[in-house]
Every structure is written in structure tokens, then in C-alpha cells.
Design a protein around this ligand. Structure first.
Ligand code: CTP
Ligand code: MG
Length: 229
């Protein structure tokens, strides 16, 4: 089967943002006058290769998201976990889409060039592509008493960002498989599901600016970076 070169971006944005705190869902938090989800969607719509954008929003905020994002962006109801939000968005993709990018709403400063780099790599034939950065801190494995078990060699470790890009058939298979995985299998990103299928995942260099807003200091950093642009 020939792969369609149409690219869709799916944006899980239905989280509460417990670690960030605050009274509105994280994706609606303001950064330089616009919501995090608006920034994240702009990274995608500014990329040359993205044809469709679907945002999974908290059920109670569908109208607010639709109003903020405008008619070019589809807003659908997300689910209880990130995986449920992505699954719901995958279900409404255009028939003709052959490549899917999954991108966190919580990464507002992602360069559009990174979006195109990931999409291009999939279009060029890689079934799964993720942006990664070297790890700066030394990483140690500990046991449940807090005692260090070992120091993990840092040179083979990478921190993983989004957008993560996939051939659509591969991501669909991975999400079908995810329904059958036992709950103790901790999958924290979409590529993790694809790895569980045995599919090779390729890496491309990530971007420092594509960091995820997780805690309050991250929002301060994002404000400062924007002010220096
Ligand atoms: N997400 C989602 N649906 C959920 C949970 C998370 O769409 N049920 C989205 C978030 O909106 C976010 C992305 O997944 O854009 C990455 O998740 P994370 O940074 O963990 O955001 P939250 O889950 O909102 O934050 P926290 O874990 O601190 O509550
Ligand atoms: Mg979360």
C-alpha cells in the first residue's frame, strides 16, 4: 500500500495540570497573553508539512477551546489519561492522512522547524521518529528505600520530546495493542507503544525550546524566553 503524504497533528490538551497548579486546565494557562494550547497549535500550523490539526480538550472546555483555536482546528473531547485523549483524536483523522504527529499542548515554544524535521523523517520512510536531547544531569537508579542501586551511563540516555511522528498504520496498530496491555506496563509516550509492537523508533535532534511546561518554574522560563525573542 502506498502511504499518503498527508500529515495530521494530534494535540493531547485535556490534562488538568496538577503539577503546575492553578484553577484552569494547564492548556488554557496564559503565556504572554495567549494560552499554552494556542502557542502549541501555532507551532504546528506554522510548519510547512501539517495539513490537519485535532486538539483533545477537557470535556467541560470544548467551546472555550474551539473559540480560541478557530475554525481551522478540530476540537474533540479528551479522556481520563493522555493515552485516551490521543486515541480519541486518532479516531477523527481524515481518511487520507498517512502520517500522524502527536504533540503535547504543554510545549508552547516548539520551533515549527522541529515539527517539519519530524514529519519529513516519517515521509522519508521511518515508521516512527522522536526528537531527543542529551541528558544533562547524572541519572541514578534507586530502590524503594531511596538507596542508589547504580549510576546509569549518561551517554546512552536521551530525554524525549514531542512532536513524535508515526506512519499512521503503525500508530493505529500501537493504539489497538494498547487496549490489551496490562496496566502495570508503564507507557509514558506514544513511541513507547510503538516500541511494544517491535517497530524501530528513530531519533532526530530535539530543541531546547520544545521543553514541556510541567511545574510553575517552567512557565516562568517560557515567559522569559518569549520576552527575549
Ligand atoms: N493530557 C491529555 N489528557 C489527559 C492527560 C494529559 O490530553 N487525560 C495532555 C496534557 O494536556 C498535556 C500532555 O498530555 O498537553 C502532557 O501531559 P502532562 O504534561 O502530564 O499534562 P497534565 O497531565 O495536564 O499535567 P499533570 O500530569 O501535572 O496533571
Ligand atoms: Mg499528566
Amino acid at each position: 500500500m502506498h502511504m499518503s503524504d498527508r500529515v495530521a497533528a494530534v494535540v493531547p490538551a485535556a490534562g488538568r495540570g496538577e503539577r503546575l497548579g492553578g484553577s484552569v486546565p494547564k492548556a488554557l494557562r496564559s503565556l504572554a497573553g495567549r494560552s499554552l494550547v494556542q502557542h502549541a497549535v501555532e507551532s504546528l500550523t506554522s510548519a510547512a508539512l501539517v495539513d490537519q490539526v485535532v486538539v483533545a480538550a477537557p470535556t467541560a472546555e470544548l467551546d472555550a477551546f474551539a473559540a480560541l483555536l478557530g475554525p481551522g482546528v478540530q476540537v474533540i473531547a479528551g479522556g481520563a489519561e493522555r493515552i485516551d485523549s490521543v486515541r480519541a483524536a486518532l479516531a477523527v483523522l481524515d481518511e487520507t492522512v498517512g502520517v500522524v504527529l502527536v504533540h503535547d499542548a504543554a510545549r508552547p515554544l516548539t520551533p515549527p522547524a522541529l515539527v517539519d524535521t519530524v514529519a519529513s523523517a516519517v515521509l522519508a520512510g521511518a515508521p516512527a521518529v522522536i526528537p531527543v536531547l542529551a541528558v544533562n544531569d547524572t541519572i541514578k537508579q534507586i530502590d524503594d528505600t531511596g538507596r542508589v542501586v547504580r549510576t546509569v551511563p549518561r551517554d546512552v540516555l536521551r530525554a524525549v520530546q514531542t512532536p513524535q511522528g508515526f506512519r499512521r498504520d503503525v500508530l493505529d496498530d500501537a493504539y489497538r495493542l494498547s487496549a490489551t496491555l496490562p496496566p502495570e506496563v508503564a507507557i509514558t509516550d506514544d513511541a513507547g507503544l510503538v516500541e511494544a509492537l517491535g517497530v524501530v523508533v528513530m531519533t532526530v535532534p530535539g530543541a531546547q525550546e520544545a521543553f514541556k511546561v510541567t511545574r510553575p518554574a517552567d512557565l516562568v522560563l517560557a515567559e522569559a524566553l518569549l520576552a527575549h525573542r
